[in-house]
Design a protein around this ligand. Structure first.
Ligand SMILES: O=P(O)(O)OC[C@H]1O[C@](O)(COP(=O)(O)O)[C@@H](O)[C@@H]1O
Ligand SMILES: [Mg+2]
Ligand SMILES: [Mg+2]
Length: 338
């Protein structure tokens, strides 16, 4: 029985009812964050429908543009981006959006909106056309500037510890939405025939340790000595290597079963590949709320100060004992080199 059990609702509760019920636990809640979570769930349902059709001609393949990351945008990257931005704009609660697919911040026009959303509309883009699980990742902050104006850079570049909510949607063998508002982590499975998300994974707690490591060993030639030593440690411990290549899917498996996902600095990505604001921070909030850990190998992810909204950082995330073990190997690396 963990600290959140007093708020537990039965499996099968709809997401809407769950959001409403949790809001009642906060006497000063105004319902705006609840509405924002519903807006995200609505967009996820629409994107889920598009993904289920993604093998069909008109949705498959590249869009023909490059995004600010220098990546070829897939059609579904663009479709998901449009759907989430539209839902957040129409919902009225969000003043400013940071999206992986847009170089600049998106001002929604909702100047009375109290929230900032950072979003990776479609995660795991390289897996879209090969029918492998993909996802959406989101992070929510309260603005620090007064309402009545557009969101500012100060609103957008907050550290992860200021998140008021974060989550992801995984479009896999089933579609799930997993999120936290700082009171534990809950997972909801989508029932397409009813068009509803139902509570299926209440109060997720991640195992303290695990026997799975997830890293793209194709880049191992440029791993630091500490990183290479940790991978050797995992092999000598007969851990299983699992790497789907969709962050959300690798993270979700390890969250439920135990394990560690690492995207370290490599020669191709000297500061890692993943983006702090809409990939690392939201998953760090989730894993910490589930009893796990997240860092860049040295510093807690959520304490990293974002230099810019598309800033990248190394990610070591998952079961506490495994992340601490990896950090130990990196710390030894420094001793040897000093
Ligand atoms: O192919 P690599 O270098 O291992 O990178 C895979 C990683 O890149 C990502 O696809 C980056 O996310 P996007 O697809 O949202 O750009 C992660 O989902 C995944 O874990
Ligand atoms: Mg991504
Ligand atoms: Mg993406």
């Amino acid at each position: 029985m963990n600290q959140h059990d007093k708020l537990a609702l039965p499996v099968g509760t709809t997401l809407d009812r769950f959001i409403m019920r949790k809001q009642e636990d906060f006497p000063y809640a105004t319902g705006e964050l609840s509405q924002l979570l519903r807006d995200i769930a609505l967009a996820a349902k629409i994107v889920n429908r598009e993904i289920n059709r993604s093998g069909l001609i008109d949705i498959a393949g590249a869009y023909g543009n490059r995004n600010v990351q220098g990546e070829d945008q897939q059609k579904l990257d663009v479709i998901a981006n449009i759907r989430f931005i539209r839902a957040l704009r129409n919902g009225g609660e969000v003043c400013t959006i940071i999206s992986e697919e847009d170089e600049e911040v998106i001002q929604t026009g909702n100047v009375q909106g109290k929230y900032i959303v950072a979003i990776d509309p479609l995660d795991g883009s390289s897996n879209i056309d090969v029918n492998v699980s993909i996802g959406t990742i989101f992070s929510i902050y309260r603005r620090v500037s007064p309402t009545g104006t557009e969101g500012t850079m100060a609103d957008c570049l907050q550290t992860g510890t200021n998140q008021v909510a974060a989550g992801y949607v995984i479009y896999g063998s089933s579609t799930m939405m997993v999120y936290t508002t700082g009171n534990g982590v809950n997972g909801f499975t989508y029932e397409p025939s009813l068009g509803e998300f139902f509570l299926s994974h209440p109060q997720i707690v991640t195992p303290q340790s695990g026997a799975v490591y997830s890293v793209n060993e194709g880049s191992s030639n440029s791993f630091s000595s500490g990183m290479a030593a940790f991978v050797t440690y995992c092999k000598e411990a007969n851990y299983s290597a699992r790497y789907i290549g969709s962050l959300v899917a690798d993270f979700h498996r390890n969250l439920l079963k135990g394990g560690i996902y690492i995207y370290p600095p490599t020669s191709k990505s000297p500061n890692g590949k993943l983006r702090l604001m809409y990939e690392c921070n939201p998953l760090a909030f989730i894993v910490e709320q589930a009893g796990g850990k997240s860092s860049n190998g040295r510093t807690r992810t959520m304490e990293l100060r974002p230099e810019d909204m598309h800033a990248r950082c190394p990610l070591f995330i998952g079961s506490k004992e495994l992340v601490e073990k990896a950090e130990e190997f990196l710390a030894q690396e420094e001793v040897v080199e000093s």
